[in-house]
Design a protein around this ligand. Structure first.
Ligand code: IYR
Length: 219
């Protein structure tokens, strides 16, 4: 068919597949969300490659409905922190429900968001609800949330495999991010990823992951 090219990835044996995935699981299981970041720098080229990896994600009708805004400018990070903390303060002081407060208790979170200024990079991820063609007409996008979620997963795993830490942060509401990042109206903030090294005194909650039997069913 027109527009198709051959694709034949190197064939590996079932034994190699199993060994590779067992090894990948060991690595993936080491990942933890970190809230205390070192201010040590991470080179821009590292972030560029991580974003290229994110951009390899599958997407609805291959519309690639994502924009990644990578911020290292201290003044911009400060603006984002101030705006996020203002939102979070009202969340923790009034909008939060009792059930939600209980769910967050083991994480020890509050409205203070030091990671937004400590981490050397903030990657603000936007979901494009539609595209805009050169003539200004709208290009329909499909499964935007699924697509940008998959791309974000690729990004988080790539950063982890390179030895970096990140924190997925979803200030709510987060429309301020579109203004600060200067993004157009077809884009909605999806989440903020703080990226860097863990601070030397970083700790994480002692949490367990659900076992395979609980997350999967084989039929
Ligand atoms: N957005 C708030 C609250 C929060 C909500 C969930 I769900 C978390 O897993 C963690 C925090 C905050 O960032 O503090």
């Amino acid at each position: 068919m027109d527009g198709f090219i051959p694709y034949q990835p190197a064939r590996v044996t079932p034994e190699q597949v199993a060994a590779s995935l067992a090894e990948q699981y060991q690595v993936a299981d080491q990942r933890r969300t970190v809230r205390q970041f070192s201010t040590d720098p991470v080179p821009r080229v590292a972030i560029e490659h991580a974003l290229l990896i994110a951009g390899t994600a599958p997407s609805g009708a291959h519309k690639q409905p994502w924009t990644f805004v990578a911020i290292q400018d201290p003044a911009m990070k400060e603006r984002i922190r101030e705006a996020a903390e203002e939102e979070e303060r009202t969340f923790y002081e009034s909008r939060i429900t009792d059930e939600w407060r209980e769910a967050l208790r083991p994480l020890g979170t509050d409205f203070v968001k030091t990671h937004l200024t400590d981490a050397p990079w903030l990657i603000v991820i936007f979901r494009q609800d539609y595209g805009v063609r050169e003539d200004g007409t709208r290009d329909k996008h499909y499964y935007m949330t699924e697509s940008v979620g998959i791309a974000t997963g690729f990004l988080i795993q790539a950063l982890h495999r390179a030895g970096l830490c990140c924190l997925t942060h979803t200030p709510s509401p987060m429309t301020f991010l579109r203004d600060i990042c200067g993004r157009p109206l077809n884009e909605k903030p999806f989440l903020v990823l703080a990226v860097g090294y863990a601070s030397p005194d970083a700790t994480v909650p002692d949490l367990a992951r659900k076992p395979l039997e609980e997350i999967a069913q084989f039929m």
